[in-house]
Design a protein. Structure first.
Length: 435
């Protein structure tokens, strides 16, 4: 199949079946859109749509926003990710709009990217959505889906953008951005694309080479996992706090050298990673579907004693995460928060667990308006019972810590699902897809 045929097939499918595809952010004018897009970085559209009505009511234009202080704006957006930086960016952006652009949101990419908080992706969204320009904003979904299908062969978002623009007819570029985002959000999801229900298989390179051809060697990540299993002997759980992981052994060489540290800091890098972005986990819980879930009991961020025995008749989403206030854990918590109404309606109770104490949990829960309990498992009893402590590597560092894992426990206390490949930003959707 030629590249031209692939593009034609994909575009024709979307033109026919998804003729209207638009941003899910709520806005009424260019000013509101640029504010919403700046806020939406590393956060869900659902959450942004919850905070912007009050913000837009009190700060209806750039002039009003420019007169505010970042501290004041922080209070409006405290439940989105990175509220401190975003508050500064919004006020800075509004000031530049007033002083350099007469209060009008510019339409050119090179002018838009001068505004604080506006990168190339945000600029492309504004240019395409507001000014109907053939600009392609490449986010994580567009990047992944385009590469998987074979529309692009890109290593960076900019390469992806240029390749897509080169092949997509101008009149469809802006809509194609939404087609690819929606397809990535609901079908071609990152961890496990739903190829069995995908309408694009006829044109998809990934489907042809990976799904149809099962004999193809697995990617590097799997090789690393196998290597890790062979070469790493996971250290026994330390009685020390999680926030001070001690450890471990070299992965890249057979010589094993233990390093310990008493400092309550991040783990020491032990091996020079050849690929710094490689991530693997050398341990997964031994608990499996069908096992009786261990009874748990601990105080939450309000000092309430929470016990699994109190939730008989409910489904428990028990999620273990490494640490409060870190980017991945924040995205995961916000994803579960945004779908909390859905979970409640389904008779689910969501409970987070980490080794942080009640005070840390309270700060984290207050900051992001988390409506569920976070258990302070400071003695790591629950973590041990659920076997989610182990050796992992991230960004070239190898250390022991909590392995991000979610257990879905049915109303009879039996484990119904174990999710070890947690997709933090869309974890709620990941759980909802199991039903
Ligand atoms: S066939 Fe699979 S990999 Fe290809 S686009 Fe569809 S979901 Fe994604």
């Amino acid at each position: 199949m030629t590249t031209k045929e692939r593009y034609e097939g994909v575009i024709n499918y979307f033109k026919t079946n998804v003729p209207i595809a638009e941003t899910e952010l709520h806005y009424n004018n260019p000013y509101e859109l640029i504010v919403a897009v700046i806020l939406s970085a590393q956060c869900t559209d659902v959450r942004i749509n919850k905070v912007t009505p009050k913000l837009f009511k009190d700060y209806p234009n750039a002039e009003a926003l420019a007169s505010a202080s970042p501290d004041t704006i922080f209070n409006y957006i405290r439940s989105v990710s990175y509220p401190n930086n975003k508050a500064k960016h919004l006020v800075g952006m509004a000031n530049m709009l007033i002083h350099d652009f007469n209060g009008v949101v510019p339409s050119e990419i090179d002018q838009l990217v001068k505004l604080p908080g506006v990168g190339r992706k945000t600029a492309n969204v504004v240019a395409s959505v507001v000014y109907k320009k053939p600009a392609m904003a490449v986010d994580t979904h567009v990047f992944r889906v385009s590469n998987r299908i074979g529309l692009t062969n890109a290593k960076t978002p900019l390469q992806s953008e240029l390749q897509l623009i080169k092949h997509i007819p101008k009149e469809y570029v802006a809509t194609a951005h939404h087609w690819l985002i929606l397809h990535g959000r609901y079908t071609c999801i990152a961890r496990s694309p739903k190829c069995d229900v995908c309408p694009l298989t006829a044109w998809c390179q990934y489907f042809k080479t990976t799904i149809l051809n099962k004999t193809k060697p697995q990617p590097l990540l799997v090789t690393k996992e196998k290597m890790a299993k062979k070469e790493i002997t996971a250290k026994k759980i330390s009685s020390k706090k999680v926030s001070s992981p001690t450890v471990t052994e070299k992965v890249t060489k057979p010589t094993v050298k233990k390093i310990t540290s008493d400092k309550k800091t991040v783990a020491k890098p032990l091996a020079k990673a050849t690929d710094k972005t490689t991530k693997f986990v050398a341990h997964h819980t031994k608990l499996k579907v069908g096992d009786k879930a261990p009874v748990f009991k601990a105080k939450d961020q309000h000092g309430n004693l929470i016990s699994s025995v109190n939730f008989k008749g409910k489904t428990i989403v028990l999620y273990f995460y490494p640490k409060d206030n870190t980017p991945g854990c924040t995205m995961e918590a916000c994803s579960l928060r945004d779908e909390h109404t859905y979970f409640t309606k389904q008779n689910y109770v969501v409970i987070g667990v980490s080794a942080d104490d009640e005070k840390m949990h309270k700060k984290f829960a207050d900051k992001f308006e988390l409506p569920f309990s976070l258990l302070a498992d400071t003695d790591m009893k629950i973590i041990k019972d659920y076997d989610v402590w182990g050796t992992k590597q991230f960004m070239g560092k190898i250390y022991d810590g909590i392995i991000r894992t979610t257990f879905i426990i049915n109303e009879k206390g039996i484990i119904k699902h174990v999710i070890t490949e947690v997709k933090t930003k869309e974890h709620a959707e990941q759980i909802m897809a199991l039903n």
